[in-house]
Design a protein around this ligand. Sequence first.
Ligand code: SPV
Ligand code: MN
Length: 669
Amino acid sequence: MFELKRGKDILVETGGIRSREEAQKLFENALDRENRSKLRHVKNEEALLKIANSIAMCKPDTVFINTGSDEDKQKVRQMSLERGEEEPLALKDHTIHFDLPQEQARIIDRTFYIINPEEETSVLAKTILRSEALEYIEKHMGGIMRGMPMLVGFFSRGPVGAKASIPAIQITSSAYVMHSANILYRNVYEKFDGEVERTGYFFTNLHSQGLNRPEDLPNARVFMDRSWLTTFSMFCTYAGNTLLLKKGNHRFAVDLATYYKREEELSEHMFITGLTGPGGRKTFFAGAAPSGCGKTTTAMVGTDFIGDDLAQLWIGGDGTLRGINPEKGIFGIIKDVSRESDPYLMKCLREEGTEVIWSNVLIDENRVPHWVGNGEEHPERGINFQGEWWEGKKYKDGKEIPISHPNARVTLTNDPIENYNVEMAEDPRGVPIKVITYSGRDSNTMPPVWVAKNPEHGVVLGASIVSEATATEVGVKGIRRQPWANEPFIPGPLGEYMDAQFIFFGSRKFSEEGRPLIAGLNYFLTHEARGGEGKELLGEKRDVKVWLSWLERRAHGDVSAIETPIGSIPLYKDLKDLFESEINKNYPKELYDKQFSLYIDNIIARIDLQREAYRREKKLPSKLFEVYDEQKKELLALKEKHGAVVLPDMLLKDAGRAYSASGNRGSSS
Ligand code: SPV
Ligand code: MN
């Protein structure tokens, strides 16, 4: 089992500072009077040692303490512009930042967990021994900030005072990284000590881009020290590699939930959003999806948006599921964001009034950003992630360079987004979550929406997410397993994480009403998979509202459903009504039959694929295989009776008048 504070703290080993007195002495020399005075506010000794040792190791020219005041935030923006990390754009408070052409996403091949000898990790995780990491960090981060400023900020991953919030320090030589942190996280300089005392933990993140040269990129590393809750990042700038408050600290939060807070908390790669239902009631959803599978879009469909990437969940004293967003902004993929699909976001991006950092898009001669899939005319030339760009410019391999990188992003706070519910997002009690969703990118198997039979089936549903490789991922083909869409961020063995999921969702601490529904979503069924032609999708982006609305009604027992071996699916009539009332769209029965018929062979093939893959992992809960076996047996029986394609009507007929599972109260609405 994983344990905190094992082995040596690399930062202390390399910096050599072990006492408050030594730290103070160093601060006297390294910080000017103003910043010394700012730092005096922080009393936590462990935190001061982290900062002092970072200075001792990286040897910056100056140290800037970012208190989160308006003045300090302005200084950070200014510094980023002066140092050329960002450039101003036509709209006020909009800037562009470019990452090196070769570093446009997370560098998973150079991302490692620092481990102690014999420590177990996920079979998919890359690891480096503590002793080797120490050597690498000493060699490459020693003096890395010479000639540069160091910026230090104190943040909270969540509203101050919330059960699942955890404070974190960001230390970086990049003003762009600190600027991003100011937009995406709550600055808690004033309350840092109290928050550390309350939670018992804080995370530390140390980053330097060094000279920011392509030739240093092979040496770029993201190291995560699980034992000391500290990340080290060097020679890179992409926020997913450098702003480790995000995915670096998410990984630590997953560890804490799995090993220290079993049956208490979960840390998930999920959006949180609310939907207003009948009578004005608000129903909250937390949903997981792999990167690039519509997570932000789903979150934005809600009437009460809370977060688009991460969720910290816990069981409240009243037996309900509670959730907070550790962030307060979006670092979102910009590709395919258009007026039609994302009106709220587009308003922030195309009209004055919002602070936005754009990255890796095309900037035209008027300093206006453009991107793929925006539904607008785009210019014939400009500057993009590959440097100067013109229509038809090609990569060395002959492929055309798109105007923006598929992983180009925008960074903005949630406040100006019209459907953001800031009161609830900032409430330390969290929002009450009634529905958990899991989605992937699945062209031929699962229906657009279904609800797991019970919590155990729900956990297995999450464990069974898949995504197909998109056209943008070179060299990746076929189906990729994406357990909980969180797998890249699970440091320990998958079986231990899975066990924590079974324990959490099966907990007796949930009240009858508080236990969430667990559902699957799939927007990617194609015509060709359902007897038609072509890879065109059967559904549209705007249908998402209907799938969520149906789950909203189902969570309140307003609609009945058809029971199947994989869980329950909607009745045609309920969907037809919701298509009409929610998005004013006709929903033909023929389309329903295509979307909700069970293609038994496909589902069984999927179960077999999962079972085979999981069989290779050690110490998996046996419940997983029991659920797969149960589903497969029932599916085979169904096939025996009705053939390989089972229409919802056949199941209805089988069930006779007994289909109504949880009463039929609202189905006439
Ligand atoms: C993701 O890739 O899931 C993201 C962006 O949310 S990153 O910060 O790169 O993780
Ligand atoms: Mn993400």
